[in-house]
Design a protein around this ligand. Structure first.
Ligand code: SAH
Ligand code: SF4
Length: 397
């Protein structure tokens, strides 16, 4: 990466007082309860949400439609801070990557991808990931911790701020959000749901439910609960047309096999009031592993009664993996088989190559890795022997 692609934005806000409550990640309901508990009216919540998420204000003294007395009271008990952007890279294709500090020597990444008709922000939900999919850089680093709701919505806030979006009549650069960065969103359920609901809240970012997508590798019990809390779009990371192959690529499949996962995804989609919605199926194509014509035929058959659109993602290599990127021929042959079978099937173009911002390459690299605290990954033996819904993890030595 060239020096001109690298920028070091000034840290915006940071916390100093752990006794104060951070309002950044609070859902509207929680913020209403907070105001009621202070003896204030509920509508204050909507006002404060607008200040934070539409106008980028973190200082209560600037909240001009709130009385001075309440502003002082708020400053005593609360604060507003997003996680700090350590570095920002701009790719020659317009992609922007953010490296965001989350404490303990750790960092996460968020990526903004502009296209002709939209601007998509790819957001992280955890520091690392325990699920250890064989082709994923995040999985290779193990799991460290869940992000807080403030750290999740804080990525949207920081990205929006970097584009000058958070001001009166600011440009609406972020039109879509996908929970496809680091981590498994359904293993950080409450914080992810609260953050997605802030993204869709009209007092905040006001994104339509068709423009916020949760991607999961298939934590079925959590997916079964999702519809009670949100109506965002759903993407399933499938990557294989049968259990034998998927067990190798996506170890959580041993606990929740394909049939259970697709049935749960179908229930979610069918539970939404909007009948035209489809499940996005993500299929990362790896050379000689899952890219053969027979895989495509098997996939077409597997999905024939499921309302899906299929998104093929060429595998993005990273240095801890021996897998190779699919050839263009194999990828287009794969796509053609699915289209000929009547499926909607698109290819995700790789963006931000020059700044390591492509799918699966997000590793949150910080200079000092020695400070990293303990890391965990899925314990596949315990997983197979367990009846519980909890995903067992073991420490990485
Ligand atoms: N944990 C969630 C969301 C984060 S991963 C999930 O697995 O769905 C987001 C997407 O990137 C997933 O579809 C994942 O399979 C894909 N991905 C991971 N590593 C990749 C790689 N090296 N090349 C291409 N896609 C990758
Ligand atoms: Fe985790 Fe998703 Fe990567 Fe699998 S693909 S290791 S679930 S982040």
């Amino acid at each position: 990466m060239s020096p001109e692609q690298e920028k070091n934005p000034t840290p915006t806000v940071n916390t100093t007082d752990v006794t104060k409550v951070n309002l950044m990640g609070m859902s509207q309901e929680k913020l209403e309860d907070f105001f009621v508990s202070m003896g204030e009216k509920k509508f204050r919540a909507a006002q404060v949400l607008k200040w934070i998420h539409q106008l980028g204000v973190t200082d209560f003294s600037e909240m001009s439609n709130i009385s001075k007395a309440l502003r002082t009271k708020l400053a005593d008990v609360a604060e507003i801070y997003a996680p700090e952007v350590i570095k920002q890279w701009d790719s020659s294709d317009g992609t922007r990557k953010f490296l965001i500090r989350v404490g303990g020597g750790n960092a996460i990444e968020a990526v903004y991808i502009p296209e002709s008709d939209r601007g998509t922000l790819c957001v992280s939900s955890q520091v690392g990931c325990s699920l250890d999919c064989s082709f994923c850089a995040t999985g290779k680093q193990g799991f460290n911790r869940d992000l807080t709701a403030a750290e999740i919505i804080g990525q949207v806030w920081q990205a929006a701020k970097s584009f000058g979006q958070l001001q009166e009549n600011g440009p609406r650069k972020i039109t879509n959000v996908v929970m496809m960065g680091m981590g498994e969103p359904l293993l950080n359920f409450d914080n992810v749901v609260d953050s997605m609901n802030l993204m869709m809240n009209d007092h905040c970012y006001g994104l339509s439910k068709r423009r916020v997508t949760l991607s999961t590798s298939g934590v079925v019990p959590a997916l079964d609960r999702l519809g009670q809390y949100t109506d965002a779009c759903l993407a399933i990371s499938l990557h294989a047309p049968n259990d034998a192959l998927r067990n190798e690529l996506v170890p959580i499949n041993k606990k929740y096999p394909i049939a259970e996962l697709l049935a749960s995804a179908k229930r979610y989609i069918e539970g939404l009031p909007d009948v035209r919605r489809k499940i996005t199926i993500e299929y990362t194509l790896i050379d000689q592993v899952n890219d053969r014509p027979e895989h495509a035929h098997e996939l077409a058959e597997l999905l024939k009664d499921v309302p899906v659109k299929i998104n093929l993602i060429p595998f993005n290599p990273f240095n801890l993996s021996n897998y190779k990127r699919v050839s263009n021929n194999a990828m287009h042959r794969f796509q053609k088989i699915l289209i000929d079978a009547g499926h909607i099937c698109t290819i995700r173009t790789t963006r931000g190559d020059d700044i390591d911002a492509a799918c699966g390459q997000l590793a949150g690299q910080v200079n000092d890795r020695t400070k990293r605290s303990q890391r965990y990954k899925i314990d596949t033996v315990a997983l197979m022997n367990s009846d519980s819904d909890v995903i067992p993890v073991k420490m990485i030595q």
